[in-house]
Design a protein around this ligand. Structure first.
Ligand SMILES: Cc1cc2nc3c(=O)[nH]c(=O)nc-3n(C[C@H](O)[C@H](O)[C@H](O)COP(=O)(O)O)c2cc1C
Length: 367
């Protein structure tokens, strides 16, 4: 039997990957008017189609779900048409692509909200920090705590987004349960102080994630649905008093669906911006054991650590974020042990083709 290596094929649910190098979801804030994917995004994703699986930037499932300028949506027909062009291009290039379903919760501002309303969250607790808007930086407002009776409607937003993603032809969807956005705000006890069935115990805090997952699975089929979690990432001013208990429970409960994958961010390099407090124990290994389906790891991986993660069985695939921004042919470069081009942070968010579609592939770089 051939050894399982980073460059060998793998099946995540019903999604067949040519290799185990996944492109991590990355917001690039270049959507056109109406939150429609920019035509440049067709080239951007096509250039990266040799990834075993592309997970798109987060796409808001509703206007309420938006928290940054010029992020694409997945809630109306024009947006579906925009995404269709992206999906078709990636498929024509032989790739696979899943859309990330996103609702930011409290990480927003009335400038993005329907009717200038307050953003919504499990509890009325503001995130420390400021949000970038077209009118400059603005402090996060104190969000409005969702009424119990409203939550089914938010779950329905995710289901609608999933239906739209299916209509656009995506191979699957990833539910964004990470990085301090709405689902994570429900999961972690620093942001969830509810006293109804969505707050308090780990069982109650996981309820929203599980209801969203059930609704998305109903639309797309479990074998094409993944979930992303970031148990120890402090980004967006979020904390949990016991990540092992909270996320161990969530991972175990997700087993009931038979999902395509669980995708966990837990940085492997010190000083990574998504790393938890220094010295705090990681939980990725515990989640690997708790979750019985395919498992993707992410966070500061390079060739050696990714090879090691797959060969040791710590993960079935590894997602790369920043390296994919500046290396469209990342898989080939890793295979060849070729040098990686550095990414220019100044062009991560917003702008045009510069820093987006103009990073050359190896042959062109050498020419
Ligand atoms: C520019 C940028 C945008 C990102 N946007 C998203 C996003 O939309 N959804 C998400 O789940 N993670 C997002 N992330 C996090 C990445 O998916 C990934 O977890 C992170 O970059 C760590 O992986 P890396 O060390 O390989 O870059 C973003 C990261 C960057 C650098």
């Amino acid at each position: 039997m051939s050894k399982t290596d980073l460059f060998s094929p793998v099946r995540l649910g019903d999604i067949d990957l040519a290799n185990r190098v996944v492109m991590a979801p990355m917001t690039r804030s270049r959507a056109a008017a109406g939150q429609v994917p920019n035509p440049l995004s067709v080239d951007y994703y096509r250039q990266r189609a040799s990834a075993g699986l592309i997970i798109t930037e987060g796409a808001q499932v509703s206007q309420q779900g938006q928290g940054y300028p010029d992020t694409p949506g997945i809630f109306n027909e024009a947006q579906v048409e925009g995404w269709k062009a992206v999906v078709d291009a990636v498929h024509a290039a032989g790739g696979r692509i899943a859309l990330q379903l996103w609702h930011v919760g409290r990480i927003s501002h009335p400038v993005f909200q329907p009717g200038g309303a307050l953003p919504v969250a499990p509890s009325a607790i503001a995130a420390k920090g400021s949000v970038y808007t077209h009118e400059g930086m603005k402090e996060y407002p104190t969000p409005r705590a969702l009424e119990t009776g409203e939550i089914a409607g938010i779950v329905a937003q995710y289901a609608h987004g999933a239906a739209q993603a299916k209509a656009a032809g995506f191979d699957g969807v990833e539910i964004h349960g990470a990085n301090g956005y709405l689902i994570d705000q429900f999961l972690r006890d620093g942001t969830n102080k509810r006293t109804d069935q969505y707050g308090g115990s780990v069982e109650n805090r996981a309820r929203f994630l599980l209801e969203v997952t059930a609704a998305v699975v109903d639309v797309f089929g479990a074998s094409r649905v993944g979930v992303r979690l970031s148990p120890t990432n402090p980004f967006n001013d979020i904390t949990d008093s016991d990540p092992a208990a909270t996320f161990g429970h969530a991972a175990e409960q997700l087993n009931r669906f038979g999902l395509a994958f669980l995708h966990v961010i837990e940085p492997v390099v010190p000083g990574h911006p998504m790393a938890g407090p220094a010295g705090a124990p990681g939980v990725a290994g515990l989640l690997r054991r708790a979750f019985t389906g395919p498992y993707i790891l992410n966070g500061g991986y390079d060739r050696d650590s990714a090879v090691q993660a797959v060969e040791s069985g710590a993960a079935d695939a590894v997602a790369f974020g920043i390296p994919f921004i500046s290396n469209p042919d990342l898989v080939r470069r890793l295979q060849l042990r070729a040098p990686l081009a550095p990414a220019d942070r100044a062009t991560f968010y917003g702008g045009d083709a510069k820093g987006y579609t103009d990073y050359p592939a190896l042959d062109m770089a050498a020419a």
